[in-house]
Design a protein around this ligand. Structure first.
Ligand code: AP5
Length: 219
């Protein structure tokens, strides 16, 4: 089992990049945010526990996250290559991931740090719209659907995530700085961090990450 990590603040484009890379790279996209939103939608106990944290923009407790990630990885396949988006977010989660991968002879090969100025993040989050049916991600100006309010892929209705409201967005950005930014040091010490300027078009970001993956780097 091998893994790459997309690390970056809310709105950096982790999900957007992952969606594009999954089609071309063979890495399986695992987003803890998507898994939690699915659990909330289905009314699962994990979702009920996570919901209040998510609505406030706080991190969901490590034991909940570690539980859902372990369950996902256990479903395999054993030789899978995973692309994590929004995980890990704490040192505890990062250590757990290392343990799980190492127990199967695998490891994290790259951590892509998506760097975007704060004002761009706020604009991206406030304009984000998501398909209620298939989860495709749009932006009302930057990456608009062909028909306003409708998904290009499945025609589903587009909605705004409750945690994309302005007051929650600012808290999420603070939580990232307070709780997740320290992961950059954790992975820098292992020589795994690749800094990507992700403030521009999505294609450029995807191309730069692909270049590292093709080169193999530390893989
Ligand atoms: P999660 O769903 O992971 O949210 P996040 O990390 O805050 O990241 P986002 O999904 O908001 O942003 P993104 O970087 O994926 O950006 P996107 O591609 O959508 O987590 C939600 C919550 O769940 C957390 O707050 C927490 O409560 C909980 N949680 C999840 N994982 C957890 C964990 N491991 N531990 C604890 N709690 C956890 O892009 C944003 C917008 O910009 C879109 O509209 C897109 O169209 C647009 N855009 C993207 N790229 C570009 C570009 N290059 N140019 C122009 N526009 C662009």
């Amino acid at each position: 089992m091998q893994a790459i990590i997309l690390l970056g603040p809310p709105g950096a484009g982790k999900g957007t990049v992952a969606e594009a890379l999954e089609k071309t790279s063979g890495y399986i996209h695992v987003s803890t945010g998507d898994m939690l939103r699915e659990a909330v939608k289905e009314g699962l106990p994990v979702g009920l526990e996570a919901r209040s944290y998510m609505e406030k923009g706080e991190l969901v407790p490590d034991d909940v996250i570690i539980g859902i990630v372990k369950e996902r990885l256990a479903r395999g396949p054993d030789d899978a290559r995973y692309m994590f988006d929004g995980f890990p977010r704490t040192i505890n989660q990062a250590r757990l991931l290392d343990e799980v991968l190492e127990s199967g002879g695998g490891r994290v090969s790259h951590v892509f740090l998506l760097e975007v100025p704060r004002e761009v993040l706020v604009d991206r989050l406030s304009g984000r719209r998501i398909c209620r049916n298939c989860g495709a991600v749009y932006h009302i100006r930057n990456i608009p659907p062909k028909v306003p309010g409708k998904c290009d892929i499945c025609g589903g209705e587009l909605y705004q995530r409750p945690d994309d409201r302005p007051e929650t967005v600012l808290n999420r950005l603070e939580v990232f700085e307070k709780e997740t930014a320290s992961l950059v040091d954790y992975y820098d010490r292992k020589g795994l961090v690749r800094r990507i300027d992700a403030a521009h078009d999505r294609e450029g970001t995807v191309a730069e990450i692909t270049k590292y993956l093709m080169a193999g780097g530390s893989e």
